[in-house]
Design a protein around this ligand. Structure first.
Ligand SMILES: Cc1cc2nc3c(=O)[nH]c(=O)nc-3n(C[C@H](O)[C@H](O)[C@H](O)COP(=O)(O)OP(=O)(O)OC[C@H]3O[C@@H](n4cnc5c(N)ncnc54)[C@H](O)[C@@H]3O)c2cc1C
Length: 374
């Protein structure tokens, strides 16, 4: 291992033989703190997830990625991989090296004959939706389309089509994504399905929205560049009045539970087929808190408010607070303790531990879900 005595000062030792040989072979862009792109390169969806990286490398292909990981291992720099950059705890940020897929590995191309999409690990869902719809196709994906394909898929991934077509991970063949025909039906058909509701004479704003537009409708509620924290909880019942109990003097609390994504086709896959462990959950409540004052006090209050909501939700059915279950991709904590890890992955956890032992025994990939090798 090469020691980096100046690591804390955010400067890279260019005379390091390992860095020099990495630079000689690397085809993508290397951005260090003195580079004009640096401030943009370390930006994340959540302002509070920004970390002042020692070096950001924008990989062009698999060979670049492998060189970067090798360099991280040799240099001893902490490593993070960045997909869409939406983790508020900084799981895709690092004060060491960031392997960033978003600049070059961000494309999507579709083979309509095979109904397959080939998607780069740094793409966002907007790119997938807009490319697929050109062929009259759509795939299971996120409901806010500036989120990343990489991170969302790793946690399971649900969207509007989940009940009919399963989770993103269920539609993934390494490294391809299956496509499904997109046709939810004409307006009149939809009106018949929702007749009972429409008969109540609500303000009727029904109309046709294209799938690729629908996934962008909520984007403005959660723009890039604010401070964020989030947490999820699954529960049978949920009352909106819970939100009122939370002191949101300094922060804004956004709660969504728009439908139950873990039903239907999602349940046709065995519980132990993937790491994902929430099939059959009846609700999926996502609490996002946002604030703009960068102080530690505001961050602490943001977290507190988020927990207040999720704890209240999980205790509303008599469950013990602290034993709540949540969708892995909605966990905002930077590191999960052993108990929370086991709760998140359930009976699948020991198998993940074995996989970790086989492929990453030294825990080089140590962000967020830090699986302990078996
Ligand atoms: C506003 C908002 C809306 C959301 N809506 C949904 C939703 O509708 N459905 C849903 O299922 N989830 C949803 N989520 C949760 C979302 O799935 C997670 O936040 C997810 O981790 C975001 O992925 P990312 O690639 O954007 O994030 P990043 O911060 O880039 O990555 C998150 C984690 O995944 C890793 N990672 C990312 N890409 C790769 C890759 N290609 N290879 C290896 N590791 C990678 C990173 O290292 C990091 O540990 C939402 C989140 C937000 C903030």
């Amino acid at each position: 291992m090469i020691l980096h005595p100046t690591f804390k000062e955010n400067s890279v030792i260019f005379s390091s033989p390992s860095l020099q040989s990495f630079k000689d072979q690397f085809m993508g862009d290397i951005v260090t703190p003195d580079h004009p792109d640096y401030e943009v390169a370390i930006q994340r969806w959540a302002k509070n997830a920004v970390r002042r990286a020692n070096i950001v490398v924008f990989v062009k292909d698999a060979n670049d990625a492998s060189l970067a990981v090798k360099y991280a291992r040799e240099s001893g720099l902490p490593l993070a991989i960045r997909g869409g950059g939406h983790n508020p705890a900084g799981a895709s940020s690092s004060e060491g090296i960031v392997v960033d897929l978003s600049r070059y590995v961000n494309e999507c191309c579709v083979d309509p004959g095979k109904r397959l999409a080939y998607v780069g690990g740094g793409a966002v869902w907007k790119t997938v939706d807009e490319t697929a719809i050109e062929y009259g196709l759509a795939t299971a994906g996120g409901t806010i389309n500036h989120t990343g394909v990489g991170g969302l898929t790793l946690g399971g991934g649900f969207g509007w089509l989940a009940a009919a077509h399963g989770l993103v991970v269920d539609n993934l063949i390494q490294p391809h994504i299956y496509m499904i025909p997109f046709h939810n039906g004409p307006v009149e058909e939809g009106r018949k399905v929702f007749k009972a509701f429409l008969d109540l004479c609500p303000v009727d704003t029904t109309g046709e929205v294209q799938y690729e537009q629908m996934n962008g409708l909520q984007n403005d509620k959660v723009p890039h560049g604010r401070d964020y924290y989030f947490e999820g909880v699954v529960q049978k019942r949920y009352s909106a009045s819970i939100a009122k109990k939370v002191d949101n003097n300094l922060i804004e609390v956004e709660i969504t539970d728009f439908y139950s994504p873990f039903q239907g086709k999602v349940n046709s896959v065995a519980d132990n087929a993937m790491a994902f462990n929430l099939r059959g959950a009846e609700s999926n409540i996502f609490t996002i808190t946002a604030w703009d004052d960068d102080s530690q006090e505001a961050a602490a209050r943001g977290k507190e408010a988020t927990y207040a909501v999720t704890d209240t939700v999980s205790s509303s059915e008599g469950r013990i607070v602290g034993s709540k279950r949540s969708y892995g991709n909605y966990i905002g904590d930077e590191k999960l303790n052993a108990e929370r890890l086991k709760r998140t992955f359930g009976d699948n956890y020991p198998r993940l531990q074995q996989i970790k032992k086989k492929y990453d025994p030294d825990v080089l990939f140590s962000k967020w879900f830090q699986i302990v090798p078996a």
